[in-house]
Design a protein around this ligand. Structure first.
Ligand code: SF4
Ligand code: SF4
Ligand code: FES
Length: 543
């Protein structure tokens, strides 16, 4: 394998590796605009100039493969002067509107100007070529052609990744503009990615722009809740408000991309009213707010009574593939060890059968639940109960008298009306029902107790994606009001019932789950880490 020396440090790399990647292996960052790790090499911006010993001119690091014995310098005065010249050329027609640009704080032009530029412009504002600004490019993107540095990343993304081919360069010379034919809106379901990869403020997010300066944001790594693909992302938030979701690179799952629906899925937390208070049905008054402990006691008392009268298998449980593995695991243990019932099932409809089915060739999958595979792995399928449909039949036959349900509405697209109808029907058929949920939903009007639970982004935990990759979500914001993580609610209910399951943290729950679940053996949250772990054992369920 070739060995190359960069800034005095030697590194051995695969044949064909570019200087850019060899330098990154050494932790040396070479400035770049057009190069992107998940796109083809265009070599058009010339920002990545480096010096290679015995070569007469500076070369571009992104497109030059290393050769054995090559000696490269990225920080000599000659290189810095070359990069400074490239940058100055790029800024010739730049409108210098940084104070009103939403890219400020994460702009490649600003950052490199401070490192390499610091020059005074030789071109007055009046002499600059003016181009069009604030062009509406559909639901996700706003275009400012004046700020574009013609790196072609956005064009290559659409050509090579999404296949949409809507963005192009138009015009000639210094009048070249990025855009769409006749300014038509982007219809690409992955269009938000062009905002992420635009290194400057030419393409900005229609939703996020001007809402918050990026330096005020805090970030947490998480997983998209939108479908069974489980794309890796970052949650940017401040003061309990989520402002945006940004893709987090994982070459084994989503590379550097998100679909638009997943990117905007956090908005669905605000779709409908959040359930923030524990509610208990009181004679003649309907559901009224009570304190959390009283509500938990009400659940425990009723389940005990019905179990004593009708036996534990008169109590059924319906879980949700929107919940974390930790919550599903403790739900199952609560039912088996505290209630004594084996009737727990997560199948509210047949969508879990599509867990591995693609919706398109890029990322999206047809199962819009992030954790169907986790629910299957944890054995939350009861042939005796037969899912939600079976529970209705059993309740009609008088076999089921009480229900514990965990229901979290899907975050991409609407939950089907049939599922809500079925839930509503089941709640009217049983003597007692406790529903753990995130939102006030009409279908739960017949419940006897409503317990608010944390939604995605409000708890630590794991999902298992279609490919059986276990991935970690970290709490970004606090759950509202009385809401608690689902696993915490089941741990508390168990404790009140006199059976302490002994868990204080989501990490403890996962470690126990991993010790007991085939394929998960030995895993911990720390071992799952930033990029997840693919389980080796063959997948259970799905088509
Ligand atoms: S709009 Fe942005 S990503 Fe597209 S070519 Fe211009 S600078 Fe590059
Ligand atoms: S493909 Fe699925 S997991 Fe990925 S961003 Fe879209 S909805 Fe989220
Ligand atoms: S990053 Fe190498 S030429 Fe653009």
């Amino acid at each position: 394998m070739p060995k190359v020396t960069i800034n005095g440090k030697e590194v051995e790399v695969e044949p064909g590796t570019t200087i850019m990647l060899a330098a990154q292996k050494l932790g040396i960052n070479i400035p770049h605009y057009c190069w992107h790790p998940d796109l083809s090499i265009a070599g058009n911006c010339r920002m990545c100039l480096v010096h290679v010993e015995k070569m007469p001119k500076l070369v571009t690091a992104c497109s030059t493969p290393v050769a054995d014995g090559m000696v490269v310098t990225t920080d000599s005065p000659q290189v810095k002067e070359g990069v400074r010249g490239v940058l100055e050329l790029m800024l010739v027609n730049h409108p210098i509107d940084c104070p009103v640009c939403d890219q400020a704080g994460e702009c490649g032009l600003q950052d490199y100007y401070m490192t390499y530029g610091l020059h005074d412009s030789h071109v007055s504002l009046e002499e600059k070529v003016r181009k069009r600004k604030v062009i509406d490019l559909g639901p996700m993107v706003v275009l400012d052609t004046e700020r574009c540095i013609l790196c072609s990343r956005c064009i290559r993304f659409q050509e090579e990744v999404s296949g949409a081919r809507e963005l192009q360069f138009f015009g000639r010379g210094d009048h070249v503009e990025i855009g769409t034919f006749q300014d038509r809106p982007l219809t690409d379901p992955y269009s938000g990615n062009v905002v992420d990869i635009c290194p400057v403020g030419a393409l900005t997010s229609k939703d996020f722009r001007f809402k918050m300066r990026v330096w005020f944001l805090k970030s947490n790594d998480s997983i998209c809740p939108g479908c069974s693909t489980g794309c890796n992302l970052r949650v940017d938030h401040r003061n309990g408000i989520i402002y945006r979701l940004i893709p987090r690179r994982n070459v084994d799952v989503n590379a550097s991309w998100l679909c638009d629906e997943g990117r905007m899925s956090f908005k669905s937390l605000g779709r409908g009213k959040r359930l923030v208070k524990t509610m208990v049905r009181q004679n003649g008054k309907g559901l009224v707010e009570v304190n959390r402990k009283d509500a938990y006691l009400e659940v425990v008392r009723n389940l005990e009574n019905i179990s004593n009268q009708r036996g534990p298998n008169s109590i059924a449980a319906i879980a949700s593939a929107m919940a974390t593995n930790e919550t599903l695991y403790l739900f199952k243990r609560f039912m088996q060890e505290v209630v004594g019932s084996s009737l727990i099932d997560f199948r509210t409809d047949d969508s879990y059968k599509l867990v591995r089915e693609r919706e398109d060739k890029v990322l999206r999958r047809l199962d819009k639940h992030p954790n169907s595979q986790g629910a299957l792995d944890l054995g939350l399928v009861s042939e005796e109960l037969g899912g939600l449909a079976g529970a209705i039949e059993a309740a009609k036959a008088g076999k089921i008298r009480a229900l514990v349900m965990l229901f979290i509405p899907q975050m991409v697209r609407e939950e089907s009306a049939q599922v809500y109808q079925a839930i509503s029907e089941l709640l009217t058929l049983v003597e007692f029902s406790a529903v753990l949920t995130t939102h006030e939903i009409e279908a739960f009007a017949g419940a006897d107790v409503l317990l608010p639970v944390a939604a995605w982004s409000e708890e630590d935990g794991t999902y298992t994606n279609y490919d059986r990759r276990v991935q970690l979500l970290n709490r970004a914001i606090l759950p509202p009001g009385d809401a608690r993580a689902g696993w915490e609610v089941f741990a508390t209910l168990a404790r009140i019932s006199g059976k302490d399951l002994g868990f204080e943290h989501a990490g403890d729950v996962f470690a126990r789950l991993a010790a007991e679940t085939p394929g998960y053996n030995g895993l911990t949250h720390a071992a799952v880490g930033k990029l997840g772990v693919k389980l080796q054992q063959k997948a259970i369920g799905g088509s």
